[in-house]
Design a protein around this ligand. Structure first.
Ligand code: CO
Length: 456
C-alpha cells in the first residue's frame, strides 16, 4: 500500500502563510475536487481557523464545518485539538472537553488530532476518551522538538504510552520544521518497531529541509504525510502535495492521487493565493526559506512575534540577543517544546529578560502558572533557583491540572442563555468569550428587520 496523504491547505496552509484568513466560500470552492482526489483526510479545522472565523471573518466556524461535510462524501475531515485547552488558551473542565468533541464529530469532523504542548499524557486523556466515546477516530500528535531530553528514545517511550491510551494513530508534529532527514529515518524506524499504530509526519518547510526529511521518513515506513496543494505549499507551510504525488509515482509508496482533481483544486486555490498576495496578507517573505530556524530552533510564527514585540518597544536591535536568550529560558523551564502556548510564553519571557536587563525581573502570569505546574509536567528539570526567585516556596501541583476544575458546561449554558441559540454557540463563547460575544451581538443586530423609510 502506498503512502497516504493528508491535505492541509484548508487549515495549516493558510494559517502558516496568511494568518488563517481564508473565508468559508474560498474553503468550500475547492472541496468538490479535493474530495475526489484520493486523500486520506482533509485538515480543515483547528484553533486558529475557529478564532479567525469569529474574529476577522464574521463567520460561524460550526457553519463552515457543516457546509464542508455536505460536500465531502468520500474523504474524512480532520481537526487539530489542543488537549485540555480544546482550541482555546486555558484548561477547560472535562465536561466541556467532552461536549466539544461530541459536537465536533456531530457537525462533521471524522478525525481529531490531539496534542499537548508539553507532551503530558494526562492532558490528552480526556480528549482521547471522548473521541472514542462519540465514535470518532483519534490521533495523538507528539510535539517534536530537540533538546537533551527530546531524544529518539524519549519519543519511543511516549509512543508506547500513546498506544496504551487507545489512540488510533500517532503523529510526529514538527511545528518548527527542525526534524533532520537522518533523525526522521531513525525516529520513524524506531517508532515502527515499538508500536503498531500508523505513523504520520507533519512538518513545515521553513528551514528548507522538509522534502528531504519527508522522503527519508517515507523510506523508513511512515504511513501518512501532511502536504499542501501547490498554491499553499512551501515556505512556512507544508511540502507540496502534487510534487510528492509525482515523486512517489510508480514506486511502492505511490499515493495514487488523482492528478486531474489535484489540478482543478489547485487552480481554485491559485485564485485565493493571488488575492492574498494582492491584499498584502500573504507576505512573500514567508514563501522563502529561513535556515536560521535550525540554529535557533524557533518556529517561524514565533520569530515574527518576537520581531513584532521588539518593534513595539522600539528595540529591534535586540533581536539577536533575544534569540540567544530563548534557549536559556527554555532550559530554565525544563525544555518545553516551542508550540502554542509555550512558544508565546517562552518568547515573551526572553524579551522581558533582555529588555529589563535582569533575568526574571518581570515575569508574565503564564510563566508563573507554568512554574506552579498548572500547564502539566515540564519535560525536564526546572531550574530550582529560577523557580524560587519567581514563586518562592509556593506548592507545585503534581496531579493533572484539570483535576482542579469542576464541571462548568451547565454554568456556561446559564451564563450565555440570552445570546446562545445552540450548544455550539455556548462552546464558541466558552472558548473565545470576547470575540464570540461580539460576533453573536452582531448576528442579533443583523437579524432585526431593517427599517425602510417610505417617502410619503
Ligand atoms: Co503545522
Amino acid at each position: 500500500m502506498g503512502v497516504k496523504i493528508v491535505e492541509t491547505s484548508l487549515r495549516d496552509g493558510h494559517q502558516s502563510l496568511f494568518a488563517t484568513r481564508m473565508n468559508t466560500e474560498e474553503v468550500l470552492s475547492a472541496l468538490p475536487e479535493l474530495d475526489k482526489a484520493g486523500f486520506h483526510a482533509l485538515e480543515i479545522w483547528g484553533g486558529a481557523t475557529f478564532d479567525s472565523c469569529l474574529r476577522f471573518l464574521n463567520e460561524d466556524p460550526w457553519e463552515r464545518l457543516r457546509k464542508a461535510k455536505k460536500i465531502c462524501k468520500h474523504t474524512k475531515l480532520q481537526m487539530l485539538f489542543r488537549g485540555q485547552n480544546i482550541l482555546g488558551y486555558r484548561h477547560y473542565a472535562d465536561d466541556v472537553v467532552d461536549k466539544f468533541v461530541e459536537k465536533s464529530l456531530k457537525n462533521g469532523i471524522d478525525i481529531i488530532r490531539v496534542f499537548d504542548a508539553l507532551n503530558d499524557i494526562r492532558n490528552l486523556e480526556r480528549a482521547v476518551k471522548a473521541t472514542k466515546k462519540y465514535g470518532g477516530e483519534c490521533q495523538i500528535a507528539l510535539s517534536y522538538t530537540t533538546s537533551p531530553i527530546h531524544t529518539v528514545s524519549y519519543y519511543v517511550e511516549l509512543a508506547k504510552e500513546v498506544e496504551k491510551l487507545g489512540a488510533d494513530s500517532l503523529c510526529i508534529k514538527d511545528m518548527a520544521g527542525v526534524l533532520l532527514p537522518d533523525t526522521a529515518y531513525e525516529l520513524v524506524s524506531e517508532l515502527k518497531k515499538a508500536v503498531k499504530l500508523p505513523i504520520e509526519l507533519h512538518s513545515h518547510c521553513t528551514g528548507g529541509l522538509m522534502e528531504m526529511t519527508y522522503l527519508k521518513a517515507i523510506e523508513a515506513g511512515v504511513d501518512i504525510i501532511d502536504t499542501a496543494l501547490s498554491p499553499l505549499a512551501s515556505g512556512t507551510s507544508q511540502p507540496c502535495t502534487e510534487a510528492f504525488n509525482f515523486a512517489l509515482k510508480g514506486t511502492k509508496y505511490d499515493p495514487k492521487l488523482n492528478v486531474e482533481m489535484l489540478n482543478a483544486a489547485a487552480k481554485k486555490m491559485q485564485v485565493v493565493r493571488q488575492k492574498y498576495i494582492a491584499n498584502g496578507l500573504l507576505n512573500p517573505k514567508v514563501l522563502g526559506f529561513n535556515p536560521n530556524i535550525l540554529i535557533y530552533q524557533v518556529p517561524g510564527g514565533m520569530l515574527s512575534n518576537l520581531i513584532n514585540q521588539l518593534k513595539q518597544q522600539g528595540q529591534e536591535d535586540k533581536l539577536e540577543e533575544v534569540l540567544k536568550e530563548v534557549p536559556k529560558v527554555r532550559k530554565d523551564l525544563g525544555y518545553p517544546p516551542l508550540v502554542t502556548p509555550l512558544s508565546q510564553m517562552v518568547g515573551t519571557q526572553a524579551v522581558m529578560n533582555v529588555i529589563t536587563g535582569e533575568r526574571y525581573k518581570m515575569v508574565p502570569k503564564e510563566i508563573n502558572d507554568y512554574l506552579h505546574g498548572k500547564y502539566g509536567k515540564a519535560p525536564g528539570e526546572v531550574n530550582a533557583e529560577v523557580r524560587k526567585k519567581i514563586i518562592g516556596d509556593d506548592k507545585v501541583i503534581t496531579y493533572r491540572p484539570a483535576d482542579d476544575l469542576k464541571p462548568e458546561f451547565k454554568d456556561l449554558k446559564k451564563k450565555y442563555k440570552k445570546i446562545a441559540k445552540t450548544e455550539e454557540d455556548v462552546l464558541s463563547l466558552a472558548l473565545f468569550p470576547e470575540v464570540a460575544m461580539k460576533f453573536f451581538e452582531q448576528r442579533k443586530a443583523d437579524k432585526k428587520p431593517t427599517k425602510i423609510k417610505v417617502k410619503a
